[in-house]
Design a binder for this molecule. Sequence first.
Ligand code: UGA
Length: 421
Amino acid sequence: MNISVIGTGYVGLITGVGLALNNHKVICVDNNKEKVEMINSKIPPIFEKGLEEALNKTVPSNLSASDNLEKAVLDSDVSFICVGTPCDEKGKCDLTAIKVVSEELGKALAKKNSFHVVVVKSTVIPSTTEKIVLPLLEKNSGKKLGEFGLCMNPETLREGFALQDFLNPDRIILGLRGEETKKVMEEVYGKFSSQKFFCDFSEAEMIKYASNSLLAAKISFINEIGKICKKLDIDTYKVSEGIGLDKRISPFFLNAGLGFGGSCFPKDVTALIAEGKSLGVNTFLLDAVIQVNETQPKTFVDFVKKETELKNKKIAVLGLAFKEGTDDIRESRSIPVIKILLEEKAEVLAVDPKAEENMNKEFPEINYFDSSQKAVDLADVVLILTDWKEFSLLDFKDKLVFDGRNIFNKNKPLNYKGFLW
Ligand code: UGA
């Protein structure tokens, strides 16, 4: 099939590459010419495992990039909307990009005679597809739903595993109406053996928010249990293992530690809270999910302070990315931890295999090290904030090591302190 993907951020690029690997002919569209050139030159604009190899495989035979949205839509049968929906601090999502693209798509649809399906992949608050995207498409195309197709197909990609997640999803959620659209979407995902779940637009949107909120809730839940376990000298990870054996609970997302960061969980839970409040619904549980998460960095530093002074100490901070396998520092738990360390007048020696450049923009005043071992050697105290496996192989000698992510399997450092275990 011929498919256009509008927006080549994280979700758009992975979607485009994933569909191209499935033998579709894909045009990725972005108004950022630099990104377009990079993609056409097979250079990944973001760091993601397997992306460079995938670009090498698919460009130019199955994948190309362009800044011409109209032409891409005219040359394709399906268009995925993958533009960003950033949220402000109160959780309100900015739908400007979604609206602009819906208008442009509508205008392009006006010039088409063949049936075309528009797919919303961006994460949008329930009813956005129905109340914003659909009216804009209808108004600008002069056509009614049915003359073109519309589908809400949320993404379920984890950073660091995005391509793998795209190619092997647990399920494919397809919020759509009409047999013709269903047939097209079945063809788009024809090579995928995963279960396809059909529902309406708003149900698909809510499935995305509810999934992320539930996963975030599992993390905050186990972090709360972890704080109680720590007081009672119980290993929270043994408890998680035991809990996870119950199939109704499952063993995933029960790793206690510094809490969740990234561009999704904090933003999505906050957006759902804002939506609930605007509808007059009290969101006690979702509020608590955020509250527990927000307090984890301070609880961690308090735990460190019980064992050692921070003032004028050299503190090696191992891990800046919000999790292993990415250079993304958005909402990384390392940010509040570093802020507190600086307030406490500690000297921060920061290390990360991928995220140093990004964190440098946030904290230009701290020292960054290419070698984790060197930072450890120079430090008085070591804090592990991101679950990069390679940190577990360092020689910590007799340094005091505070682990916020439980990265050691067996060989723990001599002076090891686990945060919640
Ligand atoms: C998350 C979801 O896992 C994806 O399914 C979803 O598609 C994506 O958001 C999205 O909405 O786009 P991601 O943010 O990339 O993916 O990262 P996760 O691997 O889910 O981790 C999120 C955060 O939770 C990380 O900071 C991680 O360290 C933390 N975490 C995760 C824990 O603290 N404990 C756990 O047990 C699991």
